[in-house]
Design a protein around this ligand. Structure first.
Ligand code: HEM
Length: 499
């Protein structure tokens, strides 16, 4: 079949699916009228979801409405339902199913990730408890990878780097130091493959959800055999896991990597088949690479817009924390309030998307605000309504790196405005029983990276720009501009003061 016929057949199928899954909720919907209007609006949602969201928020005044998307009707519910979503136990308002749907987990990973989600348990328990012991390794890998990546070319004073792409590589390398140890985290082929895997999970998840269920498996096979997919990174992980399993069987002292933690929780059938175990490592790699590189890039783009005096203020706080607590450790990181504040502001201002607290109704529900939603529909909450509420966040349209550190100076409680503290007005990590268990690791890793970077390098935007590059939107997602650059200049004579 020629390429044109493939494209025509695909678009036809997509349009047909969109039509079949059109809004039967009884709720009003945005976009053009009629069946063709649904299909056109669904196409529009790929590039202009924000406009459709605005239309619904303006028209329906905070009450529920539907946005037709290529993956079917998405029910946007009001902020009054946040508490109910937070307290849900998955019996009616279900979280794992929404992950299965949005990432097409059964295809992009496997059905075991949802049926037996022990990678989430390991993240919540062992990984979080081990954060202090990961800090020296994360610092070591940060220092090495940054000195390689940020070295200016011969005869130049600065390196100008594509920030998002670079952050993705740094995060992949540094996270895998904690996940798999020094050898694999510095293996260029493995890093390349694991990054491709992580990047394509979201992309393929979206693409597959546009097609009827019966076609998803062959389509995934086709696209992932060309680009991304778990096959290549698994090849590198499996021998490493086999060696760990053999060490464990011989009763040898195990190392303390995340792979060891997973091994201790894995059911016998996954130990017997390390490819299954490798998928847990890939799942956590996806959780870490995709999210932390987005947050780290937004943070750096905004830090680069600050004045020298403001940046020196942050550096001063970092040095004081390191000196008073004897170097990088949990206590000194907790005292880096300005960095913490910048990261929390990234969570408020951008999060990972335009909507959050995504759930699927497994039974019909009458929500807190009286909205009736039939079973099978996806519900979500517009983050702007939460994170840009001027009664909670004065001047919400302004990105202020110091918004939360200023509040912390005035409050008795030190954790209330911290990056990892989730509450109904701050939900980039979700809320309730499924709130991201990896946020403590992410916070530690990002703070070590940003602190080391600010102490050892000057950061600025190309051509003296003083505004962070505009974020990109695709479907419901928000990303830093992947084509934007950052200028990094070694602080000659000042480097190494944090080591
Ligand atoms: C800035 C970084 C990160 C952000 C913004 C983020 C965000 C999220 C969000 C929004 C959820 C879903 C919560 C919900 O639906 O209520 C989630 C779940 C999860 N995240 Fe993260 N995440 C980050 C880093 C990480 C890291 C580094 C790891 C692993 C080391 C991780 C592991 C997980 C896991 C295992 C879940 C599933 C939890 C469950 O289903 O119970 N995340 N994350």
């Amino acid at each position: 079949m020629s390429l044109e016929i493939w494209v025509a057949a695909s678009v036809g199928l997509v349009a047909f699916t969109t039509y079949l899954t059109h809004n039967r909720t009884g709720l009003p919907r945005v976009g053009k009228a009629g069946p063709i209007g649904i299909i056109l609006t669904a196409f529009k949602s790929i590039t202009s979801f924000e406009d459709l969201l605005e239309e619904g928020l303006n028209k329906y005044g905070g009450k529920a409405f539907v946005v037709p998307t290529m993956a079917g009707s998405l029910v946007i519910v009001g902020v009054d339902n946040v508490e109910e979503v937070k307290n849900s136990d998955d019996s009616i308002i279900n979280q794992p199913l929404s992950v299965v749907e949005s990432l097409q987990l059964t295809h992009t990973m496997n059905s075991r990730q949802q049926a037996l989600p022990y990678q989430a348990v390991v993240t919540r328990t062992d990984i979080t408890r081990a954060i202090g012991s990961f800090i020296p390794e994360v610092l070591d890998e940060t220092r090495l990878s940054m000195s390689e990546t940020f070295a200016p070319k011969a005869g130049e004073k600065s390196a100008t780097i594509p920030l998002f792409h670079t952050m993705t590589h740094l995060i992949a390398r540094i996270s895998n130091r904690a996940m798999l140890g020094t050898t694999l985290c510095r293996n260029k082929t493995f890093l390349h493959d694991v990054i491709r895997f992580a990047e394509t999970v979201v992309l393929y998840g979206q693409l597959l959800s546009w097609f009827p269920k019966i076609l998803r498996s062959p389509i995934y096979f086709l696209v992932s055999s060309k680009y991304g997919g778990p096959r290549e990174p698994t090849k590198a992980i499996v021998p490493h896991l086999k060696a760990l399993i053999a060490e464990k069987e011989q009763g040898l002292e195990s190392s303390k990597t995340i792979a060891d933690f997973l091994l201790n929780h894995a059911p016998p059938e996954e130990i017997a088949n390390p490819e299954l175990l490798a998928m847990r490592i890939l799942n956590l790699n996806f959780g870490s690479i995709h999210t932390s590189s987005i947050f780290g890039s937004h943070a750096l783009f905004h830090l680069a817009t600050l004045s020298e005096a403001e940046l020196d203020g942050i550096r001063h706080e970092i040095i004081e924390a390191l000196e008073s607590e004897g170097g990088y450790n949990k206590l000194s990181l907790s005292k880096m309030r300005k960095l913490d504040s910048t990261l929390r502001e990234v969570g408020r201002f951008y999060a990972l998307g335009l909507v959050g607290l995504n759930r699927v109704l497994v039974k019909p529900a009458v929500l807190e605000d009286g909205t009736i939603v039939p079973s099978g529909y996806k519900i979500t909450i517009p983050l702007k309504a939460i994170h840009f509420d001027p009664s909670v966040y004065p001047e919400p349209e302004k990105f202020d790196c110091f918004r939360f550190s200023k509040l912390r100076e005035m409050e008795e409680s030190d954790v209330k405005h911290g990056f990892t503290t989730v509450e109904k007005n701050f939900v980039p990590f979700g809320l309730g029983r499924h709130a991201c268990p990896g946020r403590f690791f992410a916070s530690m890793e990002l703070k070590v990276m940003l602190a080391h970077m600010l102490l050892n390098y000057d950061v600025s935007l190309p051509d003296g720009a003083k505004e962070a590059p505009k974020a990109m939107r695709f479907n419901t997602g928000v990303m830093p501009d992947v084509k934007a650059y950052l200028v990094i200049t070694p602080r000659v004579g000042q480097m190494g003061q944090d080591l």
